[in-house]
Design a protein around this ligand. Structure first.
Ligand SMILES: O=C(O)CCC(=O)C(=O)O
Ligand SMILES: [Fe+2]
Length: 255
């Protein structure tokens, strides 16, 4: 009976036990939120999307489901594809969407990072209800967190930086996201902080003092050397877009 736990639905830990206590409010980290079979299925769906679904960016590529927002940050009403919707009820069990305008996510960005790729520090902003739920697929990666208001003192300078990281900001905290994990970012952490992923090939210096969610990790052994060689990592970021418009209305009622 060893490895026959095919479904994990009944074993999600509570939000309380998933709180990342060392961070400003509020971040939750849940390892193994999905099973390996679900992870494989999601990755199959992602790679089988038609080529034009991908937006190629300098340091990653991106899919937007069901579609990109309009210039005014409006989502044209459409359901999420069923393969992305499949894990939404499990998120709803955690009650993280209870205060959201639509009570569940209606938009998913899919980011794929090869080794050496990343995303500049940014905030996700006011188009969305202030909660993002990130499912990681394929490999681990470090997410850096920054205070929104620069304080010039932090961090050593010294390290010669290759690439275009112009703002010399240093991450204040780091979160290690394992494959199949769920990361929930909400409240002040959503509104008052920036997050980013460095364009590097190895995440280094990983240990219980440098990784905010160390005690919550599913498998610390993987990081026992303190180093993690990046592999392709894909993330699904689930959000609730506040403004939704019916296409019919939009085109029918033109003023
Ligand atoms: O890949 C991630 O975990 C972060 C993605 C992200 O920050 C975004 O799409 O806004
Ligand atoms: Fe983001």
């Amino acid at each position: 009976m060893s490895s026959h736990s095919a479904t994990t639905t009944s074993t999600i830990p509570s939000l309380e036990e998933s709180l990342v206590q060392s961070l400003p409010k509020t971040v939750y980290y849940i390892p193994n939120f999905i099973s390996s079979a679900e992870e494989a299925q999601l990755l199959r769906e992602i790679v089988s999307q038609p080529k034009p679904k991908w937006t190629i960016l300098t340091h990653r590529r991106l899919q937007t489901h069901p579609s990109a927002l309009t210039k005014n940050n409006v989502l044209l009403a459409a359901p999420l594809p069923p393969w992305l919707e499949s894990i939404v009820p499990r998120m709803q069990q955690l009650k993280i969407w209870d205060n959201a305008p639509h009570k569940k996510p209606n938009h998913v960005l899919i980011n794929e990072y090869n080794p050496g790729e990343g995303i500049m520090p940014h905030e996700d902003g006011g188009a969305y209800f202030g909660c993002v739920a990130t499912v990681s697929l394929g490999a681990s990666i470090v997410l850096d967190l920054y205070s929104k208001h620069t304080n010039a003192d932090s961090g050593e300078s010294g390290e010669a930086e290759a690439g275009a990281q112009k703002s010399t900001r240093f991450p204040k905290w780091r979160i290690l996201q394992e494959p199949r994990s769920l990361l929930i970012t909400t409240h002040d952490m959503y509104t008052d902080h920036l997050h980013g992923i460095q364009n590097i090939t190895v995440d280094e210096d990983l240990n219980e003092t440098t990784v905010a969610n160390w005690t919550l990790l599913g498998d610390k052994e993987v990081f026992s050397t303190g180093r993690y060689e990046r592999q392709t990592r894909t993330s699904l970021t689930y959000r609730d877009v506040i403004k939704v418009s019916n296409v019919g209305k939009l085109f029918g009622g033109r003023k």
